[in-house]
Design a protein around this ligand. Structure first.
Ligand code: ARG
Length: 455
């Protein structure tokens, strides 16, 4: 394809380091779609004949069907998917194939192909996230009023509801979804027709090819268009944040499914056994999801390092973009699907959740709030009195509601029988009706809001 000025072919090592066909074959359908749009445009602009364009466009469909049927023979000597496809086209249709590359370079071609591929993955990430959100919402609806401990520092803090905890993740994955949508809007400009870097003297119509490929418009600067991999980096950073969220939830599932916690039972479908310990049921899917953030964020860093310091416009360094994005996308989709399956299948152990919620003096804040509301104490004083009551209960080895009224009033005389109403975990969560709070009524409002968003 470029042998004109060369007397000798490349060394085998040169070929090995240079070729990208081993991985960029995944861009085949995007490459063919881009070429078909380009050929049609060339004919419409009178740059090639209609009959050549027709031969090219039909020939490309033949190539595509060979690829889809697994009959296509890829050649490392032909470097990449772009030259593999064009070379096969030449075998099929002959001379007109050589006219396809008019007013185009592999630089705008690869940017176009890779953008189309990444755009599909952004859409797939949005769908995957939506499925996960729906699974979380189903859990939230079931357990809008199941009481469980809320933690800070992984220490019992205040009782919360199961639905509230599920909906917290809905918010996180909802932001991830909007990040992918936002990145997609920004990246949806067509590089095709930027040619090698400077544009072309041929009277091409970049608006036409942009529209044909579903882009909103052509990119505005040809130098930028062939040098830009922001779309890959944005995909990777959105994927990294999503994977980080998945990892946090996976960590909770690992903890919750342990024999010490027993908050949830994961299904057999998403667990594995041990080859030596017959009793074991391990949360392997959760652990692997927890780990995926490592390679996905690694890909983000790797591409960032590839791109930093590259002078304009295209450099071959940029060929290192694809494997990072491919690997991250594959693993993100897998992690999303596995998490969705696990969430749909998991069973909360409501008795254990409630018992854990009631331990660790989790309603101490409710007691302090009661002293403020009913006895008129400043919150700082109420905090101090409650602290003394917790110390007393701890010394006795009992819980706050187990202290007698005499014991309570020995610490502060204003305490009355009414205090016992706020010491149950049910009343505690029911009282937290502030917007976004853990009360079942608020959780149901959150679910209703998300149902509207998702339609
Ligand atoms: N295989 C190359 C890549 O993935 C295609 C672009 C090659 N362009 C060039 N001028 N050598 O980046």
């Amino acid at each position: 394809m470029w042998g004109g000025r060369f007397a000798a072919g490349p060394d085998a090592i040169m070929e090995a380091i240079n070729a990208s066909i081993g991985f960029d074959k995944r861009l085949a359908s995007q490459d063919i779609a881009g070429s078909r749009a380009h050929a049609l445009m060339l004919a419409q602009q009178g740059i090639i004949t209609d009959s050549d364009a027709q031969a090219i466009r039909e020939g490309l469909l033949t190539v595509l069907s060979e690829i889809e049927a697994g009959e296509f023979v890829y050649s490392t000597a032909l470097e990449d998917i772009h030259m593999n496809v064009e070379s096969r086209l030449k075998e099929i249709i002959g001379e007109p194939a050589g006219r396809l590359h008019t007013a185009r370079s592999r630089n705008d071609q690869v940017a176009t192909d890779f953008k189309l591929w990444t755009r599909d993955q952004m859409d797939a990430a949005v769908s995957g996230l939506e499925a996960l959100i729906r699974a979380l919402m189903a859990q939230a609806e079931k357990g809008a009023d199941w009481v469980m401990p809320g933690f800070t520092h992984l220490q019992t803090a205040q009782p919360v509801t199961w639905g509230h905890h599920m909906m917290a993740y809905v918010e996180m994955f909802g932001r991830d979804m909007s990040r992918f949508k936002d990145a997609r809007t920004r990246m949806n400009e067509s590089p095709l027709g930027s040619a090698a870097l400077a544009g072309t003297g041929f009277p091409i119509d970049r608006h036409m090819t942009a529209e044909a490929l579903g882009f909103d418009r052509p990119t505005a600067n040809s130098l930028d268009a062939v040098a830009d991999r922001d779309f890959g980096l944005e995909f990777l950073s959105c994927a990294s944040i999503t994977a980080m969220h998945l990892s946090r939830f996976a960590e909770e599932l690992v903890i919750w499914s342990s024999a010490q916690f027993r908050f949830v039972a994961l299904s057999d479908r998403f667990s594995t056994g041990s080859s030596i310990m017959p009793q074991k049921k391990n949360p392997d899917a959760a652990e692997l999801i927890r780990a995926k953030v490592g390679r996905i964020f690694g890909a983000n860093v790797a591409l960032m390092m590839v791109m930093k310091g590259l002078p304009l416009a295209y450099s071959k360094d940029m060929q290192e973009d694809k494997e990072q994005v491919f690997d991250a996308a594959d693993n993100l989709m897998l992690a999303l699907a596995a998490m969705t399956g696990m969430v749909s299948d998991m069973n909360a152990n409501t008795d254990n959740l409630r018992a854990a919620a009631a331990s660790g003096f989790s309603t101490a804040t409710d007691l302090a709030d009661w002293l403020v509301r009913e006895a008129g104490l400043p919150f700082r004083d109420a905090h101090h009195v409650t602290g003394a009551l917790v110390a007393m209960a701890e010394k006795k080895g009992c819980d706050l509601p187990d202290l007698s009224l005499e014991e309570m009033t020995s610490v502060h005389e204003a305490i009355t029988e009414g205090v016992y109403d706020v010491l149950t975990v049910e009343n505690s969560v029911a009282s937290r009706t502030s917007y976004g709070g853990t009360a079942p009524s608020q959780v149901r409002a959150q679910i209703a809001r998300w149902k509207e968003v998702l339609g």
